[in-house]
Design a protein around this ligand. Sequence first.
Ligand SMILES: Nc1ncnc2c1ncn2[C@@H]1O[C@H](COP(=O)(O)OP(=O)(O)O)[C@@H](O)[C@H]1O
Ligand SMILES: [Mg+2]
Length: 260
Amino acid sequence: MANDIDNDIAVLCQDVHRDFQDGSRVIRVLRGTDLEVRKGEFVAIVGASGSGKTTLLNLIGGLDRPTSGKIFVDGIEITALDDEEMAEMRRNKIGILFQDQYLLPVFTALENVQVPMLLNEVRAKERERRAMELLKAVGVDHRAHHMPHELSGGMRSRVALARALANDPAILLCDEPTGDLDHKTGGEIIRLMRDLAKKHNRAVLVVTHDPEVARMADRILLLRDGKLVEELVSRFFKPSGVDVTVARDPDSRSSAPTEG
Ligand SMILES: Nc1ncnc2c1ncn2[C@@H]1O[C@H](COP(=O)(O)OP(=O)(O)O)[C@@H](O)[C@H]1O
Ligand SMILES: [Mg+2]
């Protein structure tokens, strides 16, 4: 195989480890995580609380660096970049939709969506045109001039999604994006994210606890014992299948349920 990565691969993680120091104790969170996500793919990551899902998204998003291992985003080895190059990468290639990234309260929806474009020095006219187009794509253009507090939770999520897409990122990373939304609204947001991924050939990675969200994904990956394993959709839904809500003993991996 050639040295350069296949053009269709949006995210590639190779043997990624991430340790955290907790006083004198070392917590080994990621322990040889491998991942390959192709452009246009919508992948759900599930796993017990504390299994390292957010840690993994932070690494792929260039917000943190692995203890060892390589990460490529859109063909670029981000683990080899310096801080300045990494910041540029985040601005241009990576869209982030995390729950703790609230809209700026003193700006309208339209202005919030333009914030990432300010950093990229997009001209004012173009900025506003593009922001409006994005608000339209997520179905809230009729609220463009409203302040965040005048919008419902679902609408705010849509605006945040538009903002995450402002710089036309190659990958969109979402950490439990539907966490504080009602079921119906959450489903709509996810469907929207999936459609936007397909339409623009983006890779979308969503961390979720919600089986309904996971079911909409092209693939479900389970983070367990610091590694990602492919999870069958059917298994994820069987009552006797994997329960992602509780941590598991690494050695107690039960065999797949047998059914006639
Ligand atoms: N910056 C940090 N310093 C120390 N420990 C951390 C840090 N970030 C995460 N951890 C630990 O790593 C583990 C995984 O955390 P996290 O990635 O947030 O899990 P998840 O998102 O799957 O719930 C947890 O035990 C958490 O306490
Ligand atoms: Mg988390």
